[in-house]
Design a binder for this molecule. Sequence first.
Ligand code: GDP
Ligand code: IMO
Ligand code: MG
Length: 423
Amino acid sequence: MSVTAVVGAQWGDEGKGRIIDFLAQEADVVIRFQGGDNAGHTVINQYGKHALHLIPSGIFNPVTENVIGSGCVVNPQALLNEMESLAAANVSLDNLWISTRAQMLMPYHRTLDELEEAARGKDTIGTTKRGIGPAYADKATRSGLRMGDLLQPAWLKSRLENALRTVNRKIDVLGGEPVNAEELTVLCQEYARALGSRIIDTVPMTRAAVEQGRAILLEGQLGVMRDLDWGIYPYVTSSNPTASYATAGAGLPARALDRVIGVVKAYSTAVGDGPFPVELFDEDGEKLREVGSEFGATTGRPRRCGWFDGVAIGYAAWLNGMTGLAITKLDVLDKFDSIKICVGYRLENGTVVKDSMPDTPVLANASPVLEEWPGWGVSTADCRAWDDLPKPARAYIHRLAELAGVKVDYVSVGAEREQMFAV
Ligand code: GDP
Ligand code: IMO
Ligand code: MG
């Protein structure tokens, strides 16, 4: 039996998509277990460069089953756009499935996301405005529609009428235009025609895969620092990217999980608001953004950049129960003479914290305690094995693993599929 969760260990955009694409060459099933089209998972391979939002990153292996799990919120229009762009690149979509139990993200969720962000004034969260928060809120208040509802027109109609009773009141209070039930019904009929054959009860498929010991990857979105419970609340997403939710959102028993790979950049980035103690406002931060092309794959926003955060990785490793690390973007550090690592947070009262994650208001006033490491001054882009790496790069990676308390399974030194190796 081999079920592996691949999760973000920082603030998102760690390179989960490319790790899944690499591992999916040997996988039978890939399941996205949470999030929606707020995700941007970049994959570069023989099909070109694709930023995947909803479709699992195993889609490039034509024999792998790719499942959008019940823990996700699915904007059917965004999914159709993504399918069109992949089909244009000759990527097979024959094995793409959507759980009947996944929530359906409606156009009014995007409207509400925009209106709610505007209503927050200066206290924004910096959401991707993809409607994620409002869609998960409707799931929790039980007024959400599910993808399976598209297969049951009468049920869908009554669910929609039920949802709009409160949705239109909320939109009105926030100063937006009410939405029309008939127009949305027509839209849903189009979605049902375009996606109906892919919307299935996924449990028989995933159950058979687990029972037959097939290789299953559970693909997370974002990272632990934006987890609804364990991240920098309220500057978080509205679902749980940590591995503990992977089996729930994918529809597998918890004890099916064998491995947890934490994907981690060799430095730190974040998009959106909230405390980010390692953030750099100097030329090193600018250099990380430029060399690492640190601009959001979904919104194009410049990412906030900083040194590697050793406190966050220790926290992420423990919470996720990581069995191994996949360290990405090592090559971005090639041209730095000296590299820093955050090994503690100095709080406002002078205390230094190393082994726990302070809560948001405390973290907001924390500054990083840094240690300095020598750079290696040569390109790592062509390294294809641990022994190819320059000695200072190996020492740096050893230090990251030590702070995580977890061994390194993979290292990537460029965005292309082959620029990565197992350790
Ligand atoms: P995800 O959301 O976790 O899948 O990550 P994103 O795709 O949003 O961001 C990662 C970015 O880094 C993408 O542009 C990738 O193409 C790129 N990338 C991934 N791994 C590497 C690497 O090892 N080196 C370099 N230079 N770029 C990488
Ligand atoms: P991937 O999967 C980076 C951030 C937003 C904001 C917060 C809440 O590509 O790593 P939301 O739209 O989810 O309500 O926004 O989370 N965010 C991401 N940051 N990568 C992502 O996805 C993100 N998805 C959401 O910037 O701070
Ligand atoms: Mg991303």
